[in-house]
Design a protein around this ligand. Structure first.
Ligand code: NAX
Ligand code: ADP
Ligand code: K
Length: 501
């Protein structure tokens, strides 16, 4: 897991690294500049004219160091400095090192065309030291940079964006953000995408053991975390080893959702799958998923009862379920009778929103997978993404269950208060049915004995990874939910290194 630290902790981390590596502060800055420049030179060639706009703190110091290095690489660079109330030592040193090499212009007033002749604008005004909204020349410069047609790149953090609080005022709108060491919490929220653009982290060698010791509730999921979670199969395993899942899904006109979920349960590696569907789904199910056993409801159009539950390891429900009052009754009975974890999605969540007393019946250790609208129905409106995150953490705690809030960088809240952000997935997945596939993957993994949290982390990651492979093979535009099931085996292989065998 990549630990996401606050600005305060990052400041302490810088100081700790400087003291214990040991390394001079200016040399650490040099490393940060080098990491940025490595990223930059791989993407932009010497034909680009570059303006670097610097503040007078260490972010500005980075900007000056970057200017020097780019000049050494024969790029055409000009530096603009906006003076704040004070200069850091490393800013001063880097300004001195730049003397005679790169033109430095101090901005005292701004005219509209100041940045118009450049191909690339690099923002090094503020980084993690920002404490309040930019004003005056700072705000005006950011405003003008945002109006420019140049490619905009932020050093560490887009100026004006706070790493772990709600930001107000003028904020640099980067096409790319190259951030040091680890993602910042604010980068993971939908509302900040227009500021960070595409972001990436570059390693500047900050002290790893200090990072490990820091208290944090926020993590960014990496491939190796999933490799650690997934258990390899052993020679004498049999289908009983991998659980028996019951999927209650589908209604007249929405059997597709049930099928997508059911196929995904199987591809996630379950031992046995039974699907409880309304009568209208019988032929559809038997002819399209021969691997699944069918349990048929008495009602033609929707589910009105639950089958005998004893033999099931886990129950997944919601996709295509509908909200008829007889279905609500059956759902209530499920929650009353089944004491093992359940996976709840789509209409199961909508039923919970309309029948709030049912929330109390959810077995501990369950997994809920709302998209933002379903989440709003469950918890009410939020005023910003930080409040949304708090609501997600509270719901997970209240239900003693894992709450998976879906979207880009899906967040997974544990009942203990930790939040894990997904690093896979792409906008090609914004198409009907992909959530049903996720429900299936989670149901299939949970049935195999993974903990609810491990199931959610691995399932969400693999779902996104499969979506990424599918987008590569089929394009984001053409990606459909079935593709995510189709490429799930490739995603498992990628994680478990089976392709080496
Ligand atoms: N050794 C280190 O500390 C390292 C720091 N690095 C860089 O240093 C940055 C952090 O540097 P600083 O802590 O100097 O802070 P910044 O350079 O982000 O901000 C400069 C100063 O501006 C002032 N300020 C904050 N908000 C303001 C506002 N709205 N208007 C006017 N002034 C405002 C603050 O006093 C702050 O200290 C990181 O983002 C990163 O880019 C990197 O060089 C890596 C090593
Ligand atoms: N822009 C995106 N980037 C990454 N993943 C996405 C994006 N848009 C949607 N997804 C993923 O696709 C799935 C959509 O689920 P959901 O909204 O429930 O769809 P449906 O109800 O049609 O099945 C979620 O897992 C979500 O994380
Ligand atoms: K910046």
């Amino acid at each position: 897991m990549i630990r996401i630290l606050s600005s305060q902790q990052i400041k302490a981390l810088d100081a700790y690294t400087i003291q214990h590596e040991p390394i001079a502060s200016i040399d650490l800055m040099e490393r940060a500049c080098r990491a940025f420049v490595n990223w930059f030179t791989e993407r932009f060639d010497g034909r680009n004219t570059i303006a670097i706009v610097c503040g007078t703190g260490n972010n500005g110091g980075d900007g000056l160091g970057i200017a020097r290095m780019l000049q050494e690489w024969s790029y055409s660079v000009k530096v603009f400095v906006i003076r704040g109330s004070s200069e850091t030592e490393d800013f001063k040193v880097n300004l001195e090192r730049l003397r005679g090499k790169v033109e430095v212009v101090e901005i005292t007033s701004l005219d509209e065309t100041i940045f118009s002749e450049y191909d690339v604008l690099i923002d090094a005004i503020f980084g993690s030291g920002l404490t309040r909204p930019p004003e005056g020349l700072f705000a005006q410069a950011i405003h003008l940079m945002n109006k420019s047609v140049a490619v905009r790149i932020a050093v560490d953090i887009p100026s004006g964006l706070l790493a772990d609080k709600v930001s107000k005022g003028e904020i640099f709108k980067a096409d790319f953000t190259v951030t040091f060491q680890m993602p910042k919490l604010a980068f993971l929220f939908p509302s900040n995408h227009s500021f960070t653009g595409t972001w990436c982290t570059v390693d500047i060698g900050l002290n790893k053991s200090f990072i490990k010791e820091q208290q944090t509730s926020y993590y960014y999921i990496a491939a190796k975390d999933i490799r650690k979670i997934l258990k390899p199969r052993s020679k004498f395993d049999h289908k009983g080893t991998y659980g028996h899942a019951l999927l209650m899904a589908g209604s007249y006109g929405k059997m597709g959702a049930a099928l997508l979920s059911g196929r995904a349960v199987l591809r996630a590696g379950v031992g046995l799958l039974t699907m409880h569907v309304p009568e209208c789904g019988y032929v559809i199910l038997q002819s399209s998923i021969p691997e699944a056993m069918a349990s048929i409801d008495e009602h033609i159009h929707f589910i009105t009862a639950i089958p005998e539950l004893d033999k099931y390891t886990v129950v997944g429900t919601g996709p295509g379920l509908g909200q008829d009052k007889l279905t609500v009754k059956a759902f209530r009975k499920l929650l009353e009778d089944f004491r093992k974890p359940v996976v709840l999605d789509a209409d199961a969540l909508n039923i919970l929103s309309d029948n709030r007393e049912l929330l109390l019946l959810i077995p501990a250790g369950s997994i809920l997978t709302p998209h933002p609208k379903e989440f709003e129905r469950l918890v009410g409106k939020w005023s910003d993404d930080f409040e949304r995150l708090d609501k997600q953490k509270s719901l997970a705690k209240q239900l003693k269950s894992v709450v998976v809030l879906k979207g880009a960088n899906t967040s997974i809240a544990s009942p203990e208060g930790a939040v894990y952000f997904n690093s896979t997935g792409n906008p090609g997945m914004a198409t009907g049915g992909t959530g049903d596939v996720l429900t299936g993957i989670l149901t299939g993994l949970l049935a195999q004995g993974y903990s609810s949290l491990d199931t959610a982390i691995a399932g969400v990651y693999l779902h996104g990874l499969s979506g990424d492979i599918a987008a590569r093979e089929r394009s984001m535009v053409s990606l459909i939910a079935s593709d995510i099931i189709e490429f799930l085996p490739a995603a498992f292989k990628k994680i478990m290194h089976e392709q080496k065998v």
